[in-house]
Design a protein around this ligand. Structure first.
Ligand SMILES: Nc1ncnc2c1ncn2[C@@H]1O[C@H](COP(=O)(O)OP(=O)(O)O)[C@@H](O)[C@H]1O
Ligand code: SF4
Ligand SMILES: [Mg+2]
Length: 344
């Protein structure tokens, strides 16, 4: 794994995405908002992998889409090398977008079935011809196939001729086509068989050191990000509730939600199992259109008390001090994070 440096490549501040909730078919009235992402802050160090974890619907894909400019934020900043890219347009935006690319969750639906693999991987060159003039594209695509472990002779085949794992390699090759610096991988292995998940994660790790990439690696399961992440941020209902180094999050989680997520992860070491009681979360995730007051986790938290309904718990440490080498790398948005972990 590449060594993270202190210099952040991305700085995300106060990121918000609210989708309007409308009623009526002919005359649409806005009756509220789905608060998909509701105040997210983090830094991504150059060469670092930040894992983002949380249950389905907590806003992970919405964060990913904003990072690669597929969605415009309702509020907040995304600074790439110090520049807020949410305010850019035209050529300046295009130049920055080239450097931040996405690998999508589902390799079955994200590849156009009517296009050859060569056209799929080479498609970004249509928008950025300066990266690969027409005459050089075929060779570039074949090189990319080779880099992701596929036979360059497959260039004229169609997606259905490949397995799930191979299709995700094609998606990764397309993500690399413009030689980006940041890859946002949105649950890149969730749709794959367990047996091929590790191969794709290993490929991403190899590519990271080969091309000095920085990753935002999204997953709904803590066991997958553990292998690849330097730091992990845990999301719940549109917010980051705990962030820390891989070791802190896995060995000393302080937010009750992280503790619950971790208790569901199989522990290979029998000694460690003693400290880890199984916590079953009761109830469903509340609707992001109507999150609970105070702490959003309180309707499912066994430690909740009056203060939790009245006051929103915040991460105490500003994002710029939360890097791996920062003075307070581990932080938790819980009023009672200092208390010993007591299971009901
Ligand atoms: N285009 C959209 N319009 C309205 N609501 C949306 C839209 N996209 C996502 N949402 C809602 O925002 C919330 C977060 O979704 P998403 O970011 O996809 O979560 P995750 O990737 O963590 O599963 C969900 O409640 C989802 O239904
Ligand atoms: S602030 Fe209260 S409800 Fe929220 S996680 Fe902490 S103890 Fe639970
Ligand atoms: Mg998602």
């Amino acid at each position: 794994m590449a060594e993270p440096t202190a210099e952040p490549i991305l700085e995300v501040r106060g990121l918000v995405k609210h989708y309007p909730l409308t009623q009526g078919i002919v005359i649409k009235r806005q009756i509220g908002a789905v608060k998909a992402v509701d105040g997210v802050d983090f830094d991504l160090g150059s060469g670092e992998t930040l894992g983002i974890v949380g249950e389905s619907g907590c806003g992970k894909s919405t964060v990913a889409k904003m990072l690669v400019n597929l969605e415009r934020p309702t509020a907040g900043e995304i600074r790439y090398k110090g520049e807020d890219i949410t305010r850019l347009s035209g050529r300046a935006l295009k130049a920055v977008r080239r450097n931040i690319q996405m690998v999508f969750q589902d390799p079955y639906t994200s590849l156009n079935p009517r296009m050859t693999v060569g056209d799929i991987i080479g498609e970004p060159y249509e928008i950025h011809p300066e990266v690969a003039p027409k005459g050089s594209r075929r060779q570039k695509v074949q090189d990319l196939l080779d880099v992701v472990g596929l036979n360059p002779e497959y260039i004229n085949r169609y997606p259905h001729q490949f397995s799930g794992g191979q299709r995700q390699r094609i998606g990764i090759a397309r993500g690399l086509a413009l030689r980006p610096e940041v890859i946002v991988a949105d649950e890149p292995v969730s749709a794959l068989d367990v047996s091929v998940q590790a191969q794709v994660v290993n490929l991403l790790e190899r590519l990271q050191s080969e091309f000095r990439l920085s990753y935002v690696f999204i997953a709904h399961d803590l066991s997958i990000v553990r292998h690849i992440s330097d730091r992990v941020g845990v999301m719940y209902l549109g917010r980051i509730v705990e962030v820390g180094s891989d070791a802190e999050i896995y060995e000393h989680p302080t937010h009750p939600y992280t503790q619950a997520l971790l208790s569901a992860v199989p522990v290979p070491d029998p000694g460690a199992r003693e400290h880890r009681e199984r916590i079953i979360l009761s109830g469903d995730v509340p609707s992001p259109a109507n999150p609970p007051s105070g702490c959003r986790f309180r309707t499912r938290c066994w430690k909740a008390r009056e203060r939790c309904a009245l006051e929103v718990p915040e991460l105490a440490v500003p994002a710029e001090f939360r890097g791996l080498s920062g003075p307070a790398a581990h932080d938790s948005a819980c009023h009672f994070a200092e208390e010993k972990h007591v299971v009901p």
